[in-house]
Design a binder for this molecule. Structure first.
Ligand SMILES: Cc1ncc(COP(=O)(O)O)c(C=O)c1O
Length: 423
């Protein structure tokens, strides 16, 4: 039996209807932007394996840092103990975050980073003796699959089975061009109608919605409304963080600063699962008390795992290298040139580019569902051509590792052009 068949005996995959899904592909190895399956077929990983590895697969700089850490201190509980890599992550990260971010809380994945932010928002008001139990989020948001993260996400096939079991959430329109006023008004109405604790958003780009983009000016305006009403703001940079939008963080485009940030994915360059939620001093201080009940009773066994921290330090060191920053600019220029080439195609509805993110919406007679027929046709076509792209309905997006070569990128563009013709 090959890997794919052995997998089928025992394993349950994420977001997969196993009855109808195509056979799972067994991947044997990866290097830079490439992956090879068990039969030796080569794939370009044009979505950096769910947006995690900016420096490519099997990066030896990150791997060496992990190995060194593994043979020094692989793990120690973070309750009552600390270690050099965790402290160093804080010392290296805080200077590049918005200046109001002062404290870091470690967890294991993007959903838990969001879960922590939401719990802190709710308990912040609880600790102050103020009852605020409603969240505000964007329509079509995606913040993860744990319960509070699901609550904050848009209603979809991801969450429909659990409707009615969530924290109270009001969803407002995304301020995409032309919808800014509607978004501001909806936020104001939400704040007037319910005791809102926090507004959570994916800054500037909603990843899982299909790389939906909106302006920094409109997000500044929404944060301003929250600040005027003492509503906390949570920037979920799980996808956008660490260079994807062209700056280190999407929040770097803003004039306002969020109260909390959620980071994961590229944090450890796609190696060890790890996440961070970051906070202002004011938030931390609301939990700092002689009363133990005011503490944050949240934690995970592998909180601040030293090998994860070592990977994060190596990853941040790579991110600041001029060659990597040049790569981000290079990919952005290529995306803009491809956008120019493809945007007037009769089958193309819209295109958008930010940083290393490119998205193209194919015209369709029907409303395309997330995992609908067009999506499956496109996905299978890309896989047959040796390119890993996971369209969202009729939206094809690219979010490559920053080290993807020009010729690999051109191949991805050409295959997308071919795909437009076959659907
Ligand atoms: C913006 C955002 N937040 C949270 C998550 C959840 O992260 P994870 O899958 O690591 O739990 C994702 C995952 O795609 C995301 O894009």
């Amino acid at each position: 039996m090959n890997l794919s068949e052995r997998d089928r005996q025992h394993l349950w995959h994420p977001y997969t209807q196993h009855k109808t899904a195509a056979p799972i592909i067994g991947i044997a190895r990866g290097k830079d932007a490439l992956l090879w399956d068990e039969n030796g077929k080569e794939y370009i990983d044009a979505i950096a394996s769910w947006w995690v590895n900016p420096f490519g697969h099997s990066n030896t700089f990150v791997a060496d840092a992990i190995y060194k850490q593994l043979t020094t201190l692989e793990h120690v509980l973070f309750g009552g103990f600390t270690h050099e890599p965790a402290v160093k992550v804080a010392e290296k990260l805080l200077p590049i975050l918005p200046s109001n971010q002062k404290k870091l809380f470690f967890s294991d994945n993007g959903s838990t980073a969001v879960e922590v932010a939401i719990k802190v928002a709710l308990q912040y008001f609880f600790n102050k003796g103020e009852k605020r139990t409603t969240l505000v989020s964007f329509e079509d948001a995606f913040h993860g699959d744990t319960f509070a993260a699901m609550a904050a996400s848009g209603i979809s096939l991801y969450t429909q089975a659990f409707e009615g079991m969530f924290v109270d959430v009001i969803r407002i329109p995304v301020p995409t061009p032309g919808n800014e006023e509607a978004s501001y008004i909806a936020l104001q109405n939400a704040i007037q109608s319910k005791p809102c604790a926090a507004f959570i958003f994916e800054p500037l780009v909603q990843g899982a919605a299909g790389m939906v983009m909106y302006s920094a000016a409109s997000l500044d305006q929404l944060i301003e409304i929250c600040q005027q009403n003492n509503v906390l703001t949570i920037a979920d940079e799980v996808m956008t963080g660490f260079g994807k939008t062209g700056k280190n963080f999407a929040c770097d485009y803003l004039t306002k600063q969020p109260d909390m940030m959620c980071l994961s994915k590229a944090l450890t360059a796609g190696t060890i699962p790890m996440a961070l939620t970051t906070f202002t001093q004011e938030l931390f201080d609301a939990f700092y008390d002689n009363d133990i009940n005011k503490a944050l009773f949240h934690g995970h066994t592998f909180t601040a795992n030293p090998t994860g921290c070592a990977a994060a330090l190596a990853s941040m060191e790579l991110l600041e290298q001029p060659e990597i920053q040049d790569n981000i600019i290079r990919i952005n220029k290529q995306h803009l040139a491809f956008q120019e080439r493809v945007q007037n195609h009769p089958k193309v509805k819209t295109t958008r580019v930010m940083g290393v993110i490119f998205a193209l919406e194919i015209k369709s007679e029907n409303t395309e569902s997330y995992y609908g027929t067009m999506r499956n046709k496109l996905y299978n076509f890309f896989i047959s051509k040796g390119v890993i792209l996971r369209p969202v309905g009729n939206i094809v997006y690219i979010l490559p590792p920053y080290i993807i070569t020009d010729s690999q990128l051109q191949k991805v563009y050409s295959i997308i052009e071919e795909a437009i013709e076959i659907v």
